[in-house]
Every structure is written in C-alpha cells, then in structure tokens.
Unconditional design. Sequence first.
Length: 175
Amino acid sequence: MTDLSEIIKYTLPSLVALGANYFLLKNLLDKQPVKQSSPPLPAAKEQSVITPLRLQAYERLVLFLERMSPNSLIFRVNVSGMSAISMQTEMLKSIRGEFEHNLSQQIYVSPNAWEMVKQAKEETIKVVNIAAGKLNDNSTSIELSGLILEIMGSIDKSHIQSAIDFLKNEVRGMM
C-alpha cells in the first residue's frame, strides 16, 4: 500500500499541472484571432499604389540607359593617361554595376521593355569590346573613345535610343 501511495504522491501533482497547462493554453488559443491573409486591394487602390512604382521603374531604366550611352560613359570613366584596356575594364564594370543596381525594375515593366533594356546593355558591351579588340595593347583611352564614338556614329539608330523610345511609348500608353 505504501508503494501505491508513493506513486500517487508523485503522479497526482504532475497530472494536476498538466491539466492546468492544457486549459490555460486552450483558453489562450481560443481567444487569439485567427490570422487571415489580407483581402485583395480594390482595383483603384491597387492602381494608386502600383502606378507610381511602375513610373519610377521606367524613369530609373531610362536613367540607366542614358548613363550607359557611350558619350556619357566615356565622359564619366575616362581619366587622363588611362590605357585603352583599363578604360574598357572600367566601362564594362560601370555598365554591369548599373545594370545589377536596376535588376529589380524588371518587376514593374513589361517583358518587352525589359528585353529592350537587356539588349541595349549587351549591344553597348559588344561595341566597347569590338572597339577595344581593334586596338593594340599600348593604345590610350582617347583612341578607344574615338573608336567607340566612330562605331556608334555609323549606326543609324542606337540600340540605347531605341530602348529609350520604347520605354517612353509604354509610359505614354499607361496614361
């Protein structure tokens, strides 16, 4: 009998504590509201939120394209006495850095617009690499700049200008 009383002496308080915890947790969970996903925004409210973000994305992409244009790029990157290879490296680093900085803008623009921006970036990189490939190892940044501008001058409508025009037309279509 003493063994039974010993077992009861240890298990009864444990059962009481377990029961109290169960009821406290059940009471707490019953009172706490069930989290639901927020209802979708009405169309007008959604547009008032999204439209400014989309416009900002188009603005940033146009700015990226302008900064990537060879005239702007040469002016920004060129340092007196720089070699053609150093300038090529700096130009490519600048283009890629600017592009990576604007990657998130693709969420807000059409797939065609994003494709035009990517194509303009690739074409600019191609022009820089073609011009650098035509020079020898000890050419200067001035020679590279001149060759890049010459190549760009031979193109009827630059890929950058085409992309900017495309972005502008899409924005006009949003209005």
